[in-house]
Unconditional design. Structure first.
Length: 143
């Protein structure tokens, strides 16, 4: 997966403090925890635009994760502050790709980059085209 050369225009910043329970025996943020932080960032992305996951689901759209990856560059440790930049980088007929940049506390270094890909499915698990209202929501300016 090639990370986009420019970050998506409609993006959100999420701040996360690494907790002790998120670290491994070496005191480093456990690699799997990055995906939990991505999920929190996605949730904030939608809430900032006026619609949390539960409201999207009430409209009949579910967003499972089909693919996820993360490239780790600089370890994060207990009590570090991470600033996560999150935005939709690509739309397909029935899916979207979200990218994440993890920055250190003073936003001078990218510590990790990641991506999640989400098909749009109905409550029965059948693929559906990306609704216009959902794409407009994601491309709106945060409230």
């Amino acid at each position: 997966m090639d990370f986009p050369k420019t970050f998506p225009e409609h993006a959100t910043w999420y701040e996360h403090r690494v907790s002790y329970g998120e670290t491994d025996a070496m005191g480093v943020l456990y690699y799997g925890e990055y995906f939990h932080i991505c999920e929190r960032s996605r949730g904030k992305f939608l809430r900032e635009r006026g619609m949390g996951y539960h409201l999207v689901e009430e409209r009949g759209i579910l967003l499972p994760v089909r693919e996820a990856w993360c490239k780790y560059r600089i370890p994060a440790r207990y009590d570090d502050i991470l600033h996560v930049h999150c935005g939709v980088s690509e739309w397909r007929r029935a899916s979207m790709r979200i990218v994440y940049e993890f920055w250190n506390a003073d936003k001078t270094q990218v510590t990790a980059r990641g991506m999640t890909e989400h098909p749009m499915v109905n409550p029965q698990g059948k693929p559906v085209a990306v609704p216009d209202w959902f794409k407009a929501l994601c491309e709106a300016t945060p409230k």
